[in-house]
Design a protein. Structure first.
Length: 589
């Protein structure tokens, strides 16, 4: 019958009418057992204290209690089998109402306290199945109560009035209990949703704080460290357990400038927004004369005050630059958990290691200066080149126009020196102009084996080549690199020329190429010359740096520039007295 009713009125008996089916039935069975144990105890006490009780009534009462215990046991056993079925809960409510009516029938008296059990059942139904379950129980209880009363004492106006009064009481308790239970449910669900939302936000905030590379450090009003995140541990090189709870000046005194030397001065904020909202501001300067910063503090917006400056941490080779922001936080706010104190104001420091960034900024400024100087020097060099050409042509015409023997031996030597130095200056200017000229070229597939052989032939025919030097090759066949053949030939010629000049004793120079990865090839030149010190290697690619008596210092600087334009990389390995190996890594075609 209950299953038929569920199919007939699914919305009334639906799954949203109360707690989840198994949970609601669980609490219903628990409430039934409590009431049954109470009735059993009262029945035993009555039997012991009143020996003149009707034995048949006692037996029937025990039978009702035994039936309820048995039904509870069966319902508990089938609780998982019929999980999700609300009809089982309504069936148990019907059985409970029938059991109370049976108890009422056994001990029938007008105004019997057994009627209160109906109210207990309706209350339990409102707590487990809310308004729908409570109304169902109230209607069923009213029907059974009327059936027992009219069956035992007949129809009369007094009985009809009593039945109507109790029915109204049952329905009132059902409505009130169901309404309060549903309100409690909505409130509980709302609190659970808010709690879940807070937990999610807390997890998100903690994940951000724990995962961000920026260091975060908090101190209380006594300058005790209250919290550091993993980013701060990495930057400071200290574990959280080593610093939390200790004074900042004892742990990392270099960070004190972030928090000290704060002077505030009230100013008028002339912005439209401030005039409309009435937010007052402060202008605060912090730090030394070298490191000063300014922040605006909105008095009505807690946690928005910010100080910024850069401090030095450590010294010598371990010296680092930290740039940080400090915010004053009310510890009673949402981020108050980052502080150990329960009241007052704490401070949050967000900081980063900007050592590399500052060095890059300085290098960028230096490069900009060099670029400006380079442009100026290129213009001057270009202007000098024309008079040099005229001077060279004039000297040559003088030499050709003078009769043999007119110039003495010393004059001829001076004329030769003038011509030689003009040629050297012209070569230097040409190299310099090539260096400062932007590298623009079309990339193509370059066969490195052919490139190496061309440069070797060129080297053997040069005046720098020595017969006691052996040139060896070790080339991967059909190896192609992506680049410009003329530019790469210039690179290889510079490297080979330097290798030849470094060979003061008989030996060999090896030139080769190979694939080093699916996308990269390597071109190398290795000599057995004098080698280089670490100090020389550090300045190797700087313009005009040279260890040669007559070098221009632009050869390797030009090589570096060409390789950089090819999006490649040049590496060097050298040992004094053993030789040097240059490797040029280029994209594979």
């Amino acid at each position: 019958m209950i299953q038929w009713a569920v199919k007939k009125w699914p919305r009334f008996f639906g799954g949203n009418s109360g707690l989840p089916s198994s949970q609601g039935l669980h609490w219903l069975l628990l409430g039934r057992l409590i009431v049954c144990y109470f009735l059993l105890l009262s029945l035993v006490i009555t039997e012991v204290t009143h020996t003149n009780q009707n034995a048949q009534q006692i037996i029937l009462a025990f039978a009702v209690l035994t039936s309820l215990f048995g039904i509870s046991l069966l319902s508990g056993l089938f609780l998982n089998v019929f999980s999700g079925q609300n009809w089982l809960g309504y069936l148990n409510l019907l059985i409970d109402s029938l059991a109370i009516s049976s108890w009422f029938f056994i001990s029938f008296t007008t105004g019997s306290p057994v009627v209160l059990l109906y109210l207990v059942l309706i209350t339990i139904a409102s707590l487990t199945y809310f308004t729908k379950g409570a109304l169902f129980t109230a209607i069923v209880s009213s029907f059974f109560y009327g059936f027992v009363m009219f069956n035992n004492s007949g129809w009369s106006a007094q009985n009809l009035l009593a039945w109507g009064s109790y029915s109204l009481m049952f329905l009132s308790v059902a409505f009130v209990g169901g309404y309060l239970s549903e309100e409690l449910k909505r409130t509980t669900e709302g609190l659970q949703a808010k709690s879940k939302e807070i937990e999610n936000l807390t997890s998100l905030y903690e994940g951000i704080i724990e995962g961000m590379p920026t260091g975060l450090l908090t101190v209380d009003s006594q300058m005790n460290i209250a919290f550091v995140n993993p980013g701060a541990e990495v930057i400071l090189g200290r574990n959280r357990s080593e610093v939390v709870g200790k004074l900042l000046k004892e742990v990392e005194a270099d960070l004190l400038p972030f928090f000290e030397q704060i002077e505030s001065e009230r100013i008028e904020d002339e912005s439209d927004d401030t005039q409309q909202t009435g937010i007052e501001t402060e202008l605060t300067a912090t730090g030394t004369e070298w490191h000063r910063s300014v922040f605006l503090k909105a008095r009505l917006q807690k946690g928005q005050a910010r100080l910024q400056q850069t401090v030095e941490l450590g010294n010598g080779k371990n010296k680092r630059l930290l740039r940080g922001d400090v915010a004053e936080i009310d510890v009673t706010s949402q981020v108050g958990r980052l502080f150990s104190q329960s009241e007052g104001v704490g401070r949050v420091l967000l900081f980063q290691d900007v050592t590399k960034l500052v060095h890059l900024e300085e290098k960028l400024k230096q490069n900009e200066k060099l670029a400006a100087v380079g442009q100026l020097a290129a213009g001057i060099a270009h202007e000098i080149r024309n008079p040099l050409a005229s001077m060279s042509a004039s000297i040559q015409m003088l030499q050709e126009g003078l009769a043999p023997g007119v110039l003495g031996k010393e004059d001829s030597r001076l004329m030769f020196i003038i011509g030689r130095e003009i040629d050297r200056l012209n070569e230097l200017i040409s190299d310099f102009l090539n260096f400062v000229k932007p590298e623009k070229f079309n990339s193509e597939a370059v066969r490195l084996e052919n490139l190496i052989m061309e440069v070797i032939d060129q080297a053997k025919n040069s005046k720098e080549f020595q017969s006691n030097i052996e040139l060896k090759t070790q080339c991967e066949i059909e190896l192609l690199a992506l680049g410009n053949s003329e530019k790469l030939k210039q690179v290889l010629w510079n490297l080979l020329s330097n290798a030849i000049q470094a060979m003061k004793e008989p030996g060999s120079i090896e030139i080769g190429c190979e694939t080093v990865s699916p996308h990269w090839v390597c071109l190398w030149v290795q000599d057995q010359g004098e080698g280089m010190t670490e100090e020389v290697i550090q300045h190797l690619y700087e313009p005009f740096f040279t260890t040669k008596a007559r070098g221009t210092g632009l050869g390797l600087a030009t090589v570096y520039k060409i390789i950089e334009a090819h999006q490649g990389e040049i590496r060097v390995q050298s040992k004094v007295g053993e030789g040097t190996r240059f490797e040029v890594h280029l994209p594979k075609a």
